[in-house]
Structures are given as C-alpha cells and as structure tokens.
Design a protein around this ligand. Sequence first.
Ligand SMILES: O=C(CO)[C@@H](O)[C@H](O)COP(=O)(O)O
Ligand SMILES: [Co+2]
Length: 227
Amino acid sequence: MPDLRARRPALSPSILNADFGHLAEAFRQLELGGADYVHLDVMDGRFVPNISFGLPVVEAARRATSLPLDVHLMIVEPERYIGDFVAAGASIVTIHAEACLHLHRAVRQIHETGALAGVALNPATPLTAVEEILPFVDLVLIMTVDPGFGGQALIPAALRKVERLRRLIDELGLPAVIEVDGGVKESNVAAVIRAGADVVVTGSAAFPPGGSTVEALQALRRAMQGS
Ligand SMILES: O=C(CO)[C@@H](O)[C@H](O)COP(=O)(O)O
Ligand SMILES: [Co+2]
C-alpha cells in the first residue's frame, strides 16, 4: 500500500477526461508525467447524475500501470462493492459520507480488505459529517465541485473548508491526508496547496484537448512547488 504521507503535495490525475479508446497510452503518459497516483472516478448515475465506468476499467488500469489506484466511488451504498474494487486493484478506496449510512463499518471493511480508506464530502456537506470518523481514515477528500462531471469550475468557498480541515487534523495530530478534487488547474493549484491539500486531483487539466498530458503534469508540478 502507498504511504500517503511520503510525498506531499502529491498529484493524482483523473482519467475521466482521457481518450477511453487509448487508455493504455493515457496511463503511460501519466507515468511519464510523474503522477503519484491514478484517480479513478466511478459514477453510478444515482449518487451523481452521470455514469462513468466500473470494475472492468479498474482491472484494466491495474494491468496497465504500476501507479497506485486512487478509486473515488460516487455510488450509493458503496459498502456493497468495496471488496470487488479492492480485488480489482484499488489501493485507496474513497466513499462519500452522503452515500453511506454506516461509515464506521464501511471504513473498517475497506481496511479489512487491505486498502487505504478515504471519506469524501460534497461542497455543501459540513465538516462535522467526518469529525467522528476522522481518527479512523487515511484520507479525507474535499470536493471543490459538485461531483459527477469533469471540467467544472472550482467553488472558492470549498477551499475555506479545506483550511478548516487542515487546522482540525493538525490540532488533533491525526495522520489523515487531505485530497482536493474538482476544478484544480495550473492557475489555482498553488492556492489549493496553501489551503492545506496533501493530494490534488486534476482531470481536465491533466488531459488538455489536443495537448500533451506529460507537459500538463509537469506544469502542474511546477505550479505546486511554487505554492
Ligand atoms: O470526482 C470528480 C468529478 O466528480 C473529479 O475527480 C473530476 O474527474 C475532476 O475533473 P476536473 O474537475 O479536474 O476537470
Ligand atoms: Co474524483
């Protein structure tokens, strides 16, 4: 399992905006561009209004790259599929607090399968939704857009939530890392890191139409270092 605290800030590009006809090439580009993880956005058309992909793509990703797979489950009742996604190759399984009634049990389930456990919050969900589970998770994912689609603009108010979570985690001395997902790009990634992100997800910024993913990731990394 990856050590989430080893490389911070880390880059976890999402393949949501990649060319699905050439996924193996997309993974190669992410490796060449220096990605730390690959973010896989699983959407069920119920928790979010969009359907993306499921287990076969996670399995294909596992075969195509040695990068750790950071699986973001935007599905209702995620606890029903945790074992399947870990068996498919997920290193990190992140479930939404809004989608899961028994978070404590689901987090334990993720750990029992040998993966790292993340809990995600939508922009309108208050931090109190993760306060009690915070000591038990490896990662908290703060959505800076409403989930469901790539290419949306980051909601600036969500960064204030990242700042508050940073303070809380540091005050309590907890090991959980903060991942920020949604609308992160070269022009705002430094502000996202300054707010307290340990891991940043970039979807559309990692796969610019007609552009180079390797160059996009290198530019993002430079901007991250200038934070
Ligand atoms: O979880 C999601 C969207 O629901 C994200 O991971 C997006 O895939 C990120 O894409 P950009 O906002 O960076 O274009
Ligand atoms: Co995501």
